[in-house]
Design a protein around this ligand. Structure first.
Ligand code: SF4
Length: 426
């Protein structure tokens, strides 16, 4: 979502005559888009801002701004830590950027109101060039998972009108994009008053010129059978669900305010696998939430072994001020958190490797996304199930779907060769 927001900001400013530069010394305005989800992300952003003090000092006419969730969360306290900053802008205030930059007199400006209505629907994002692009369908979140800062930094959930989304995707086709990823903090609850998320998927599926549709992030409590059926029946919607589990322990899920039990989660996975052939399921898993005992942790491990995710993003709990969990006793030691994280990383690596090995010998459609880092003569592409495949370029063009016979698996990468074959899809 932050990447998409950066594209929105780039679109907004280029429409006002600004130009994007990769060269720091050439820039007259420097914007740092920040994330607040984990403490680590904020520490890195603060470190980066610190290194820019010399850039600002070199020419005080330059404008240095911090935008996004950390700007929203920290507000004016950022000026105490980094007095050389010019402005701080929250995720609902990007439309003020052109005025703010143009106003050369005002110092230390803070704009962090959460309006709960802003969806930037009229701004055309300036995307990086490529074949796949993001489109936000909703913003904000109403779920208040007890560990999560997002509802406080991005506000309540609101959906964009369906016609704005469809128009944006139509324009992407003119710019040669063939894959679109629909984004929402909780994308499944998209509703513009007349259309739900399944309706949206169907309508995007009807757009000629788009070859693949992905979406994220799904919330297990809101992934309805109607959505599953729509994914199964819409030929362009990829059979891939990113379905954050967070914990396999019921008491911890309840303390996290996730709104489902482990049984409900595994039932959902079973239903998804029954309804969507070859569906690939990935997840987010957290260790060390307050009160997580060894038994709770082993429940997570057991669930991972039962469900066998294709891949998972794993991380340690870090307290976020302002959330409900911040009031809880962060009683799992850092050492224990690291040890548990190491265990699930190792486990998931083994599972993911086996899952990828199962694809060897299959003929799968791959969409070439860019030249492989390993060789200029090879493409890096992805399967509908989001597996990375390297294969020889031959006569295939960027963004041209091709059937590839998977021949081997090394680390997280599959290798294959172009083949005309009839079986298999993932
Ligand atoms: S669903 Fe929960 S974890 Fe996801 S953004 Fe909303 S509050 Fe945060």
């Amino acid at each position: 979502m932050n990447k998409y927001d950066s594209e929105i900001i780039a679109g907004l400013l280029t429409s006002e005559g600004y130009r994007i530069t990769e060269k720091e010394e050439e820039a007259t305005v420097y914007l740092i888009n920040t994330c607040s989800v984990r403490e680590h992300a904020e520490k890195r952003a603060l470190g980066r801002i610190g290194t820019l003090s010399h850039w600002k000092r070199h020419n005080p006419q330059r404008k240095l701004g911090v935008i996004g969730c950390m700007a929203q969360r920290m507000g004016e306290t950022l000026f105490i830590q980094k007095p050389f900053l010019d402005f701080i802008l929250g995720p609902d205030e990007y439309s003020k950027l052109p005025d703010l930059i143009a106003n050369g007199h005002q110092e230390h400006c803070t704009e962090i109101s959460l309006h709960g209505i802003e969806s930037y629907s009229t701004i055309e994002p300036k995307r990086r060039s490529g074949i796949d692009g993001f489109v936000a369908v909703s913003r904000g979140c109403n779920n208040y998972c007890s560990y999560c800062i997002v509802p406080y930094t991005r506000g309540r959930e609101r959906s964009r009108p369906i016609h704005d989304i469809l128009d944006e995707i139509e324009k992407m086709i003119d710019e040669n994009y063939v894959e679109v990823t629909l984004l929402g903090q909780n994308v499944n609850t998209y509703n513009d008053g007349q259309h739900d998320f399944a309706d949206l998927l169907q309508q995007v599926n009807n757009i000629a010129g788009i070859h693949r549709i992905r979406f994220m992030t799904s919330h297990p409590k809101d992934l309805t059978d109607k959505i599953l059926q729509t994914v199964a029946s819409s030929e362009k919607v990829c059979p891939h669900l990113h379905l954050p589990l967070q914990s396999g322990s019921d008491p911890i899920l309840s303390k996290m305010n996730r709104g489902y039990t482990r049984k409900e989660y595994t039932n959902l996975v079973d239903r998804a696998r029954r309804v969507i052939p070859d569906v690939s399921i990935t997840s987010d898993i957290m260790v060390g939430f307050p009160g997580e005992t060894e038994t709770d942790f082993q429940e997570t491990v057991r669930l991972m072994k039962d469900v066998l995710f294709d891949d998972a993003f794993t991380y340690r709990y870090s307290p976020r001020e302002g959330t409900k969990a911040f009031q809880m006793n962060d009683d799992v030691s850092e050492q224990k958190k690291r040890h548990r994280l190491d265990q699930i990383i190792k486990l998931q690596r083994q599972i993911s490797f086996k899952k990828r090995q199962n694809l060897i010998g299959r003929c799968i459609e791959v969409l070439p996304e860019k030249t492989s880092k390993q060789s200029p003569d090879e493409w890096m592409g992805k399967t509908p199930g989001d597996h990375v495949v390297i294969f020889p370029k031959k006569h295939i063009r960027l963004g041209q779907p091709v059937k590839v016979l998977i021949e081997s698996c090394r680390g997280s990468t599959l290798r294959g060769k172009i083949l005309n074959c009839k079986t298999g899809n993932n």
